[in-house]
Design a protein around this ligand. Structure first.
Ligand code: CA
Ligand code: CA
Ligand code: CA
Length: 221
């Protein structure tokens, strides 16, 4: 047990150096993770999606799988403790550079290093589907893809490289989430950051309670 405690302290110290979190905040996030995973210390895709959905109000199905991938750095299909803290550091406290890299990775659906026309179409269609009034909604999406390419594809090879994406976002920060919401809202970020920095057990309990309530509600539906 003492050994495990020592390992946790070492982990918290290491994460404090590589993330935007202070030591007590890392410890808070690790306790939260322990509680959410019921001591298993690893989170599978379903649990992760529940947390994104219930706590962070992120609901886009296609993108949520990519967010999971972006967190799962070692690609073993589970989020471990350090992936949890590092991922949250990026989406909750990341600087523009970290967020650009993260959004690009999320939008690069097949992970080949480029956002293709087809990927743009798929994501824009998914986020625009709420307007069924048009006769041929695909036409509208195709137009939007072309407009977006024109604006973002700086080297004109009909796909977005990380450099294209970065340059376009630097010119127009709103393009950061051009292909769908993959970052939590300002309100969520603010309240989560407060919860973590104040680091009280009561706060974590509230977070857990909320999670349990949301799960019950989902099961009831
Ligand atoms: Ca992993
Ligand atoms: Ca791609
Ligand atoms: Ca390009």
């Amino acid at each position: 047990m003492a050994h495990a405690r020592k390992e946790q302290i070492k982990l918290a110290e290491a994460l404090q150096k590589t993330t935007q979190y202070k030591k007590h905040e890392v410890e808070c996030l690790l306790r939260m993770f322990k509680a959410l995973t019921h001591d298993a210390l690893k989170m599978d895709r379903n649990l992760f999606r529940d947390v994104l959905h219930n706590q962070f109000k992120m609901t886009d199905d296609i993108l949520m799988d990519r967010v999971f991938k972006a967190f799962d750095k070692d690609n073993d299909s589970y989020i471990n403790q350090s992936e949890w803290v590092s991922g949250l550091s990026c989406i909750m406290r990341g600087n523009m550079e970290e967020k650009m890299k993260y959004c690009f990775d999320v939008y690069d659906l097949n992970g080949d290093g480029y956002i293709s026309r087809e990927e743009m179409f798929h994501m824009l269609k998914n986020s625009l589907i709420k307007q069924p009034s048009e006769e041929d909604p695909d036409e509208g999406v195709k137009d939007l893809v072309e407009i977006t390419l024109k604006k973002m594809d700086k080297d004109h090879d009909t796909r977005l490289s990380p450099q294209d994406f970065q340059q376009a976002v630097e010119e127009e920060p709103l393009l950061l989430e051009a292909f769908g919401a993959c970052l939590p809202s300002y309100e969520v970020v603010t309240s989560f950051n407060t919860l973590v920095s104040e680091d009280s057990d009561i706060n974590i309990q509230l977070f857990q309670q909320q999670q349990a309530q949301n799960q019950n509600r989902q099961q009831a539906v």
